[in-house]
Design a protein around this ligand. Structure first.
Ligand SMILES: [Fe+2]
Length: 487
C-alpha cells in the first residue's frame, strides 16, 4: 500500500450519507484532488479511515474503521456503518494520508416498532448546473429536514453551452471518465455539498444521469453502443452517491430500487423507472425517446408494457401490501397522473411519462386500491413544474374517488415550460389541482400519524446566489382519507 500523498486537498467533493436504517447508515466520500480531470489520485489504492461520533467535536467516537479506495471505482468510498442506535444524530469524517474531510452529520431511522411524532423531509429533482445556482439546496439546509429525497436528473449529460449562469466542463458525457468529471463538477458546488453533509439522502435517477429520454437499453438516437455508455453512466452514478453495496453495478445492471422505513410512521419506496422500462410507444421514425402521441398509437395499449419491469413491480406490490396502514411514499421519476391535452377530439400526451404506460399505471394504482392503502403519496420530478394531483383508477370519471395523491416538485434549477401550456393541462385534467412551471425550488413535507403537509418552496431568482425563498402553495392530506386539499 503506497503512502498516500495528494497534489492537493483530496476531499474536494465533500461527504455524504444515505439509506438510514435504525442501526446504521452508509457514509460516502471520494478522493479527488483534481476533480474535473479524472480525480487525480493515480493508479494506487488508498486507505481511507473513518470515524463516527456522537458529538461534533469527536470526543465521543462510537465507531471507527478503514477501507480501501480503489482506482477502478474512482477512489470512492461507501462505508456501511452498523451497530448504531436508532433515531439519533451522529457525526462522521474521513482521513486519507494527512488530510481530513469536512465533518458530516447524519441520523439513523427510528426503531422499527416506534411511531415517531413527526418526520420532515425535502423533495428535490432536476438540478441542471448551467441554469443557475443551488440556492434551493441552501434554503433546504435551513429547513432542518430529517431526510432528503432526490428523484432524478442529479446531473445533466449535455455539453457545455455559453451564455448561461454556469457552464458544464467538456462535451456531452459518454465515457466513464466524462461522467465522473460531470458528477465531480456538480459535487464541487458548496450548497449541494453542505446539504449532503447535513442530512442523509435517498436517491433515485431519471434519464439525464445517462442520456435524455432513454428507456432500458434504447437511447434516443438508437445508439448501437448504448449499453456500454449506460454502464459507464451507472458506474459513475454509484461512485458519487451515498448508496449501499447492493447497488454496486455490474456491466449489465444496477439495483437502485430500495425501501426505507421511518418507524411505523412512513415507508419510502424508491423506484427505478428507467433501467427496465419498455421503450416509449410510437416514437418518431428512426428515433427513440419521447413523442407526443394519442390513442391512435396501438402499441400504447399493449398490456405487457412496463415502466418498472416485472420483478420491480412485484417487489413494489409486496412492499405496499406489507404495510398498508402507514404513510407509503412512492418516490420515482416521471409524472404519474394523466396530463393530456385535447386536440381534434383526442387526448394527446407525452409517451415518456406514465401516460405512455397506461397498463403499468393501472396495475400500480389497482395494487394501491386492492391492498387497502389509504395514505399513499406519489413523489415525482422530471417536469420542471410543480404539479399536485389526485390519482384515480379512472381519470375520465370526475366522480371517481381519489386513491392516492401525487406531488411533483418543480426543479432545483432547470428551466420549465411555458405556464400557458401548464394552465391548459390543469384545465383539461380536473384531477390536477395545481400546476406552476414558473419557479424553481423544492417541497418540504411534514408528516405525522394524522396528516401529511407539503409546502412548495420557491426561490425568487435562480441566477442569483443569494436569492430568497418563499412558500408558493401548501397542500395537506389527511391520513386514511385519500384526496388532497389546499391550505
Ligand atoms: Fe430534468
Amino acid at each position: 500500500m503506497a503512502r498516500p500523498s495528494f497534489v492537493s486537498y483530496p476531499f474536494t467533493l465533500g461527504v455524504a450519507s444515505g439509506s438510514p436504517l435504525p442501526s446504521g447508515v452508509v457514509l460516502w466520500t471520494r478522493l479527488a484532488p483534481d476533480p474535473l480531470h479524472g480525480g487525480g489520485v493515480g493508479p494506487d489504492a488508498v486507505t481511507v479511515r473513518w470515524e463516527v461520533a456522537e458529538d461534533e467535536g469527536f470526543a465521543l467516537v462510537v465507531q471507527r474503521g478503514s477501507t480501501e479506495a480503489v482506482p477502478a471505482w474512482a477512489h470512492s468510498v461507501h462505508v456501511e456503518v452498523t451497530g448504531l442506535q436508532a433515531g439519533r444524530e451522529y457525526f462522521y469524517r474521513f482521513v486519507a494520508g494527512d488530510d481530513m474531510s469536512p465533518t458530516g452529520r447524519t441520523r439513523t431511522a427510528p426503531p422499527a416498532t416506534e411511531l415517531p411524532q413527526r418526520l420532515q423531509f425535502g423533495l428535490g429533482s432536476c438540478q441542471h448546473f448551467e441554469y443557475g445556482y443551488y440556492s434551493a439546496h441552501r434554503h433546504l439546509l435551513a429547513e432542518g429536514v430529517d431526510l432528503m429525497v432526490f428523484v432524478g436528473d442529479y446531473i445533466y449529460e449535455g455539453s457545455g453551452r455559453p451564455g448561461r449562469s454556469r457552464r458544464h466542463a467538456g462535451g456531452e458525457a459518454r465515457t466513464l471518465v466524462q461522467y465522473r468529471n460531470r458528477h465531480a463538477q456538480y459535487k464541487t458546488d458548496p450548497d449541494l455539498q453542505r446539504l449532503h453533509a447535513a442530512v442523509p439522502w435517498l436517491v433515485t435517477w431519471d434519464d439525464h444521469e445517462v442520456d435524455n429520454d432513454y428507456a432500458g437499453t434504447r437511447s434516443e438516437s438508437l445508439d448501437p453502443q448504448f449499453e456500454r455508455r449506460r454502464a459507464a453512466a451507472y458506474q459513475a452514478y454509484f461512485e458519487h452517491m451515498p448508496l449501499r453495496e447492493r447497488a454496486r453495478p455490474t456491466p449489465e445492471r444496477m439495483v437502485l430500487r430500495s425501501r426505507h422505513d421511518w418507524g411505523r410512521l412512513a415507508r419510502f419506496h424508491l423506484l427505478d423507472g428507467r433501467q427496465r422500462r419498455t421503450p416509449q410507444a410510437c416514437p418518431r421514425p428512426g428515433r427513440g425517446g419521447s413523442n407526443r402521441i394519442d390513442g391512435r398509437c396501438r402499441e400504447l395499449l399493449a398490456p405487457g408494457r412496463t415502466m418498472l419491469g416485472a420483478a420491480q413491480e412485484r417487489w413494489l406490490t409486496d412492499g405496499l401490501a406489507a404495510a398498508p396502514e402507514r404513510w407509503n411514499f412512492i418516490a420515482q421519476q416521471t409524472l404519474m397522473t394523466r396530463a393530456s391535452t385535447i386536440a381534434g377530439g383526442r387526448r394527446r400526451f407525452s409517451s415518456d411519462k406514465w401516460d405512455g404506460y397506461p397498463a403499468a399505471r393501472d396495475r400500480l394504482l389497482k395494487a394501491i386500491a386492492d391492498n387497502g392503502l389509504r395514505s399513499c403519496v406519489v413523489l415525482s420530478g422530471d417536469e420542471h413544474c410543480a404539479f399536485v394531483s389526485d390519482l384515480k383508477l379512472d381519470f375520465d370519471d370526475e366522480r371517481a374517488p381519489p386513491i392516492a395523491t401525487e406531488l411533483c416538485g418543480t426543479s432545483i434549477t432547470t428551466s420549465g415550460r411555458m405556464q400557458s401550456a401548464i394552465d391548459r393541462i390543469v384545465r383539461e385534467n380536473p384531477q390536477i389541482v395545481y400546476g406552476d412551471s414558473t419557479r424553481r425550488g423544492y417541497v418540504v413535507f411534514d408528516v405525522s400519524a394524522e396528516r401529511c403537509t407539503a409546502r412548495f418552496r420557491v426561490i425568487e431568482d435562480v441566477t442569483d446566489r443569494n436569492t430568497g425563498v418563499l412558500t408558493a402553495a401548501t397542500f395537506t392530506i389527511a391520513a386514511g382519507r385519500p384526496g388532497v386539499q389546499r391550505l
